[in-house]
Design a binder for this molecule. Structure first.
Ligand SMILES: Nc1ncnc2c1ncn2[C@@H]1O[C@H](COP(=O)(O)OP(=O)(O)OP(=O)(O)O)[C@@H](O)[C@H]1O
Length: 759
């Protein structure tokens, strides 16, 4: 029975089809699964046709409707058809005639090139060479393929392509004699090396004419996709060995040689661009817009990490905002769930309930319901609570702000020279962070490393006794603060011979407290594939620092940075990076920090819009106007989010937008989910947008008073280091909020702007 695969580069075209045409396409794709090969070719409605003699014999067109045509690749061997494009009937044949599909000789992937455009360029250069010496000044005939061959669609898998229409190339005075002029872009790479990297003879020859990375980019849509990626990395300055290791090797077939005439195998092997649909639901999902690019568009680096059979111990994926860490974590869970031993279970955890709900929904799109049964997707706190409740069902959470009150009470009662806040900080960042259970442990000179307020031995004794009293009072109730809950859960888990999980996957790992890490560490037996950690310390918005070494989590040699941002436009990312300029950020887990600016974005768009209002009322009026314009431009209300520094401002903004007739709701990441389509603009705090993304984000109230909000920053007199860590966390908060935007970012303030703002 034939199979249908879909080349994802044609999916943006799907958006252009009207509903009846979409339904007809769906009906047509169903026939590929239901009919035999002969019946398919003979089907009167489908009208499958070859191109005229002399053109690619593998290409077929089929009728979707009177005005739309599908173009597919029908391999001579095997029965897998690949849908490569959806085009208006009158342009389908011409497009198909120009394209050529080949199997990459090194990577075994199926690639498409605009053969006609490349031939024309070759002919043009030949003509110019013949006229060599006469004029080197003839203007470079700006190539059109980027605009044309894309056929209105965009190529999403190559990180250097753009998802918005590229601007027309500016005419350059370059001639085909780039090599001769000594300005050849790839002069440093030999033909032999290019061939090793899977660049074929035609493209080797072609790329010798290029002199700048910009020229290369203009040809993106005409060049075979994987070869283009190789060339763009070389153009960015990566070494041949590194491109081999990071781009070529992960794509190479695991076993066997590449058979360049086996298209069927190549289609199935091209996992970054091709989705082989297995059932009607999947076809409908893919075609009906339920499709999420990340389900198949894994960059080879992402795929290598997610689907690696074995890490010898804990492994960590880091990378700036939007680099696909969560996506990798989800695919890792898929791999682990598919390879579970009998009775095994996977824990996938993240920071807030909203994040966990989003993970759950996305995982549901990626794996079958059966596999989902073997995976728990919950916050670390919920997991700890479940463990403790098994032995003490009466236990409930004790919120942090109440716990602070308890320490204030103890400090007052004993008339201690330290504030309740100092005791709380000591409890949180020393006692609970190191899991100290004895006075001796607290007296150890190393215990307070990193704290800047010195305490002599007697003072330490006093502080210890005050903390011990507060903890004893906690134990007399049936409520436990999160940190105590984790300490208890860790103890219970360590006592158990059988651990509850086979693998633990942690997303948004940068904000976990050491007590939470200990619970997660104790939930899984140490060994291969035990912990898979995704996080980014630049996005740390809480005040805790973590030493993996102290927690017994060794990731040395298993730390992998991702560097391609798929979410945020280049313009927004560049602006947001300025918020962090000059900040030294320690990498999560003692690995070497990534150089700032090492992440690049695949998208381009508008620069962020900044507005400094004279007063709050004017700022709010301008926000309402901005939201109204987004809505008028066709951005759905559910794709818009407003982020504020505090809950109070969040509520004011929501009311204000509603008063002006705009749909707005309060969003709280601990209680709400973003999985359902919202008919309203979400208004939320900067803490609550962590890990999420929206097409349009407005970050408002970014005033000098709000960021940093000094009430939330530890007094330098209590602890200088903590003071700095708290300030850094607030700076990151702004960075996190701004990097949630996919296409539009609007930032406003009134009065004095925050010193964190690059304005
Ligand atoms: N290989 C890819 N191709 C296309 N889109 C991708 C790819 N990887 C991730 N994405 C998309 O990029 C966006 C960001 O991905 P993701 O949320 O996984 O990033 P992240 O690194 O976890 O972000 P953050 O740290 O900012 O929360 C998502 O919309 C995701 O679908």
């Amino acid at each position: 029975m034939p199979h249908l695969a879909i080349d994802a580069t044609c999916l943006p075209q799907y958006d252009k089809l009207d509903r009846p045409t979409r339904e007809r396409l769906l009906a047509a794709t169903r026939k590929f699964r239901e009919l035999s090969l002969d019946a398919l070719y003979a089907h009167p409605d489908l009208r499958i046709r070859s191109l005229p003699a002399g053109q690619d014999p593998r290409i077929r067109t089929f009728r979707i409707s009177d005005s739309w045509t599908g173009v597919m690749l029908a391999p001579e061997s095997g029965e897998t058809f690949l849908l490569v494009h959806l085009l208006p009937r009158e342009s389908a044949d011409a497009w198909a005639k120009d394209q050529r599909h080949d199997v990459n000789t090194v990577m075994g992937t199926l690639e498409r090139r605009d053969a006609a455009a490349l031939e024309r360029e070759e002919a043009r250069r030949g003509a110019m060479d013949r006229a060599a010496g006469e004029s080197a000044a003839s203007g470079w005939d700006a190539p059109t393929p980027m605009r044309r061959a894309a056929g209105g669609s965009t190529v999403l898998s190559a990180p250097t392509t753009t998802a918005t229409a590229p601007s027309p190339p500016a005419p350059a005075s370059t001639t085909s004699g780039a090599a001769a002029s000594g300005a050849e872009l790839f002069a440093h790479v030999s033909d032999h090396e290019l061939r090793r990297l899977g660049v074929d003879a035609e493209i080797v020859n072609f790329c010798r004419s290029l002199s700048t990375a910009e020229e290369l980019r203009m040809w993106a849509a005409a060049l075979p996709q994987d070869q283009y990626e190789v060339l763009s990395h070389l153009a960015d300055g990566l070494s041949v060995e590194r491109v081999l290791r990071e781009v070529v090797e992960p794509r190479r077939p695991a076993v066997g040689a590449v058979a360049t005439d086996d298209y069927d195998t190549a289609i199935r092997h091209t996992r970054e661009r091709v989705i082989v649909v297995n059932d009607d639901r999947e076809i409908e999902d893919v075609l009906a817009g339920e499709f999420n690019a990340w389900r198949i568009y894994l960059h080879p680096k992402q795929r290598d990490l997610a689907y690696r059979p074995r890490f010898r111990g804990p492994a960590k994926v880091s990378g700036g905002p939007g680099t696909g860490k969560t996506v990798v974590a989800l695919h890792r869970v898929k791999y682990l769930a598919e390879h579970l031993p009998l009775g095994g279970r996977v824990l996938l955890t993240s920071f807030t309930n909203a994040l966990v709900e989003t993970l759950k929904r996305n995982l549901g799109l990626l794996v079958t319901a059966e596999l989902l049964d073997d995976v728990d997707v919950i916050t670390a706190d919920k997991f700890a609570m479940d463990v403790v409740k098994e032995v003490s069902p009466e236990i409930s959470f004790w919120p942090d702000h109440d716990v602070r009150g308890l320490f204030a009470n103890v400090a007052g009662k004993h008339d201690l020279p330290w504030s309740g806040e100092f005791l709380f900080q000591e409890y949180k960042h020393v006692v609970m962070a190191h899991g100290l259970t004895t006075l001796e442990g607290y007296l150890d000179p190393d215990a307070r490393r990193g704290r800047s307020t010195p305490l002599d031995v007697q003072q330490r004794r006093d502080v210890w006794h005050a903390i011990a009293e507060a903890r004893a009072r906690m134990r007399r109730t049936t409520r436990l603060p999160a940190l105590e809950l984790h300490a208890k859960a860790t103890q219970l888990l360590e006592e158990r011979a059988e651990k509850p999980y086979t693998n633990v996957v942690i997303d948004e790992a940068q904000d976990l407290h050491p007590a939470q890490w200990r619970t997660l560490r104790a939930a899984v037996p140490p060994g291969p594939n035990d912990l898979f950690i995704a996080g980014d310390n630049r996005q740390r918005i809480y005040d805790t620092t973590v030493s993996f070494k102290q927690l017994g989590i060794t990731i040395v040699g298993r730390s992998y940075p991702l560097r391609v941002n798929y979410r945020t436009t280049t313009e927004i990312l560049a602006w947001a990076n300025e918020i962090m300029r000059g900040q030294s950020v320690a990498e999560l887990g003692e690995s070497a920090p990534e150089p700032a600016g090492s992440t690049r974005s695949v998208l381009q768009g508008e620069a962020p819009e900044l507005y400094g209002a004279p007063d709050e009322a004017t700022e709010l009026a301008a926000l309402a106007e901005r939201v109204r314009r987004w809505l008028a431009d066709g951005v759905a209300a559910g794709d818009i989010c407003v982020a504020t520094r505090t809950r109070g401002i969040r509520n004011t903004v929501t009311k204000e937008l509603r008063n002006r007739g705009l749909p707005a709701v309060v969003f709280n990441a601990q209680e709400d989910t973003v999985t359902e389509q919202s008919e309203s603009v979400r208004v939320t705090t900067m803490h609550s947008v962590k890990g999420l993304e929206f097409r349009a984000i407005a970050v408002v109230g970014v005033t000098a008073e709000a960021l940093p909000q000094m009430e939330r920053v530890t007094d330098a007199e209590i602890d200088q280091n903590q003071h700095e860590a708290d300030l850094a966390a607030q700076r990151s908060l702004l960075y996190v909020a701004c990097t949630r935007a996919r296409e539009w970012l609007y930032v406003s303030w009134h009065g004095r702007p925050s010193s964190f703002l690059p304005v």
